[in-house]
Write a protein that binds this ligand. Structure first.
Ligand SMILES: [Zn+2]
Length: 186
């Protein structure tokens, strides 16, 4: 697990071996997201950027791929309007404290919402990774979910095991669909 750490005074800029395996690394990536957007979305001459910020924007392709992956995950995550609004502001360099003050809420509450989003992104990334390794690398047996129709590895990470082990030993809906259905009931 790599780290994302930037300190303009110590000139620290560690962007190596970063992945989405922990909510903390996802949060770090989101916090520095604006620099990448500036790199691709605007001309540096147009805005007042310090040298450090320009430096920061020169990340590796690996990090760029992670941002693309995060975007792709967010697209399919069904986040609420409130979560999206909060996330947009967080990415646009508002601190948790600033957001809390704007919204008249506690910092803990804002932190909790952002941390939940990061945890869900990280969980979804782990699911993607497992899906790929089990199927493509290990050639494990797969099963189609009866609800989302996704072809997923036939393992307990993706399907709940039946107690009486009839059929192929797993329920027909994937765990994610079962979880979504449960959330919808609430
Ligand atoms: Zn499913």
């Amino acid at each position: 697990m790599g780290i994302i750490k930037t300190d303009i005074f110590k000139r620290e800029r560690v962007w190596f071996n970063v992945n989405l395996s922990t909510p903390e690394s996802v949060k770090g990536l989101l916090k520095h997201r604006k620099q990448l957007d500036l790199k691709f979305g605007r001309k540096f001459n147009d805005v007042n950027l310090s040298t450090t910020e320009v430096d920061l924007a020169h990340q590796t392709d690996e990090v760029t791929c992670l941002y693309i992956w995060i975007d792709e995950i967010l697209d399919r995550m069904n986040i609420t309007k409130r979560q999206k609004d909060l996330l947009d502001r967080f990415i646009n360099s508002s601190s948790e404290l600033e957001i809390a003050m704007e919204d008249g809420q506690s910092v803990q509450n804002i932190n909790r919402i952002i941390n939940t989003i990061c945890k869900n992104i990280s969980g979804e990334a782990l699911r993607d990774w497992r899906k790929w390794v089990y199927k493509e690398k290990l050639g494990m047996r797969t099963k189609n979910c009866s609800k989302c129709k996704s072809e997923l590895p036939a393992t307990i990470e993706f399907f709940r095991a039946r107690k009486n082990s009839c059929g192929d030993g797993f329920y027909n809906q994937c765990k994610k669909c079962e979880r979504d259905a449960k959330c919808a009931e609430k």
